[in-house]
Design a binder for this molecule. Sequence first.
Ligand SMILES: Nc1ncnc2c1ncn2[C@@H]1O[C@H](COP(=O)(O)OP(=O)(O)OP(=O)(O)O)[C@@H](O)[C@H]1O
Ligand SMILES: O=C(O)C1=C[C@@H](O)[C@@H](O)[C@H](O)C1
Ligand SMILES: [Mg+2]
Length: 160
Amino acid sequence: MGSGKSTVGALLAERLGVPYRDTDADIVAAEGRPISDIFVDEGEPYFRELERQAVAAAVAEHAGVLALGGGAVLDAGTRALLSGLPVAYLSMDVEEAVRRVGLGAARPLLAVNPRRQWRELMEARRHLYTEVARVVVATDDRTPEEVAQAVLDALELKDV
Ligand SMILES: Nc1ncnc2c1ncn2[C@@H]1O[C@H](COP(=O)(O)OP(=O)(O)OP(=O)(O)O)[C@@H](O)[C@H]1O
Ligand SMILES: O=C(O)C1=C[C@@H](O)[C@@H](O)[C@H](O)C1
Ligand SMILES: [Mg+2]
């Protein structure tokens, strides 16, 4: 959450000369309401289902860089869709997260006691991120451009 998927994803797409897409944005556009409203109105399982469909559509029709939602890996069907693809996990520590996004209430899973919740979320998710990722790139103390370069290097992709 806030590790730079959207920022770095867009930079990577530019460097590679391919389109950029973000499943969170796809879901918001299709539903016509913010993600926080979907969580509150329908619950997290409903959102994960929408997210799996959004990832499936993007994997099938999008030839470019795809940024996923921070919790997409929680769904086994979504993990299966990512299998074999060049997935990069952008990691950061909690202090960097506080600096970047302030762990604000706009993120529905961090609404109460965000610092502790962020740590708990990461404990629960870290193994799933590493399971689906081909490469892990630490983003702490790196600019978005440096992170994009590190992803290109780690995935052995050539920019244009
Ligand atoms: N390497 C970086 N160094 C400093 N700030 C960064 C870096 N990468 C992103 N940011 C900033 O952190 C914030 C979150 O970045 P971004 O929205 O790209 O993250 P995200 O992973 O897409 O978040 P979400 O999980 O909400 O989709 C933005 O304000 C962005 O400008
Ligand atoms: O980490 C998460 O579970 C989430 C991250 C965001 O990208 C959104 O997909 C949503 O707010 C849930
Ligand atoms: Mg994003």
